[in-house]
Design a protein around this ligand. Structure first.
Ligand SMILES: NC(=O)c1ccc[n+]([C@@H]2O[C@H](COP(=O)([O-])OP(=O)(O)OC[C@H]3O[C@@H](n4cnc5c(N)ncnc54)[C@H](OP(=O)(O)O)[C@@H]3O)[C@@H](O)[C@H]2O)c1
Length: 326
């Protein structure tokens, strides 16, 4: 039995509930590999879980994604060997750790051109963008899209990839400081969410045209107004709630706003089995290779400063992705 360091919470609450603890780590079990993790991705869902908005049984670890090197393989693992570079984004919570046992079926091998840090900052967010623009709506050249938080982790990836597919993206940001990052990611125009009538500012930016798809992960503060930005028969995708839980929506409202479609998807069912996960990851790695998806690491924190990482994320202070370094 060796040891590892992992972030643990015993109660829900502010960032300070997270503590780094040294604990025993058993040898990898059947179908598992032991990873030495080199980079860990922060995702906003980690905040929802730490706060208890998405409750977990405690004590619990936190974090969904990391990259690293296979240290040892358990019985019946045939597709990985010690030394392989791999990453995962859905092996159960507990990625905030320096070493970890992970089911082999949850791993994807990293191509040489994708660094560990790039994978840890991109996999969860990039796989989210992948299903949002391939499955939720198959983005086509000429589509007009509204992407909220276009300077954020998922937002930048979605914007850059959709733009590469020929869509026109109007982005929103919560502060003018993030405007340049949204424009660099490919937005044709950026709307400041502090504008008292930002839906109208969106329409001014498009010459009155409404969006084929609105991608909204802000939730409480934006979702109702997002309905006003979708074209008749358009799609509103509520895929997160960074500002708080989204309001309940009466189906009749969708009728009044133009026979709209509303969906609330998640990255996990879209990547439930190993073959689908690895095919979607190959699509993402191909997009990275073509330059359609770029790495934008906004901040790095050592794992023992995880509290500061969460504080920065909740203060909306970081543009791009946050990476934790064990
Ligand atoms: N359903 C899925 O499959 C799925 C998968 C991954 C992520 N998500 C969701 O996608 C969103 C983006 O995730 P991410 O990890 O890339 O995070 P992120 O975009 O880097 O951070 C969240 C962003 O939300 C915006 N925001 C608006 N109101 C906020 C508030 N009150 N507090 C904090 N942030 C606020 C901020 O952008 P501005 O300051 O520019 O407004 C902030 O940058 C999150 O809502 C997440 O839950 C969903």
């Amino acid at each position: 039995m060796s040891t590892h360091r992992r972030v643990v919470i015993t109660e829900f609450g502010p960032p300070q509930v997270m503590t780094l603890q040294s604990e025993p780590l058993p040898a990898p079990g059947t179908g598992e590999v032991c990873l030495r993790q080199t980079a860990i991705g922060f995702n906003f869902i980690d905040v929802y879980q730490r706060r208890g908005a998405y409750p977990l049984d405690r004590p619990t670890g936190l974090g969904f994604e990391a990259a690293g090197v296979v240290e040892a393989v358990g019985p019946e693992v045939t597709d990985f060997n010690p030394g392989d570079r791999v990453a995962y984004m859905n092996a159960g919570v507990g990625a905030y750790a320096d070493r970890r046992n992970v089911p082999a079926g949850k791993l994807v091998r990293l191509p040489d051109e994708v660094s560990d840090e790039a994978a840890a900052s991109l996999l969860f967010k990039g796989m989210t963008a992948q299903y949002l623009l391939r499955k939720t709506h198959a983005v086509q050249a000429g589509d007009l899209l509204l992407v909220h938080s276009a300077a954020g982790g998922v937002g930048q990836i979605l914007t850059r990839w959709a733009t590469a597919l020929g869509a026109k993206v109007i982005g929103t940001t919560g502060s003018p400081q993030k405007r340049d990052a949204a424009l660099t990611a490919g937005c044709a125009a950026v709307v400041d969410l502090n504008h008292p009538d930002w839906p109208n500012a969106f329409l001014e930016a498009t010459g009155g045209a409404k969006a084929r798809v609105v991608y909204d992960a802000v939730g409480k503060d934006t979702l109702l107004k997002s309905l006003d930005c979708a074209a008749p028969f358009g799609l509103v995708v509520s895929y997160g709630a960074a500002s708080g839980p989204s309001p309940a929506i009466d189906p009749e409202l969708l009728n009044k706003k133009g026979c709209l479609f509303l969906t609330r998807p998640s990255v996990f069912p879209h990547n439930a089995d190993p073959a689908t996960f690895r095919a979607n990851a190959a699509d993402l790695f191909d997009a990275i290779g073509r330059g359609h998806v770029a790495v934008d690491i906004g901040a790095r924190f050592p794992l023992d400063r995880v509290v500061e990482a969460h504080e920065a994320a909740e203060a909306r202070a970081v543009t791009g992705a946050i990476v934790l370094v064990p």
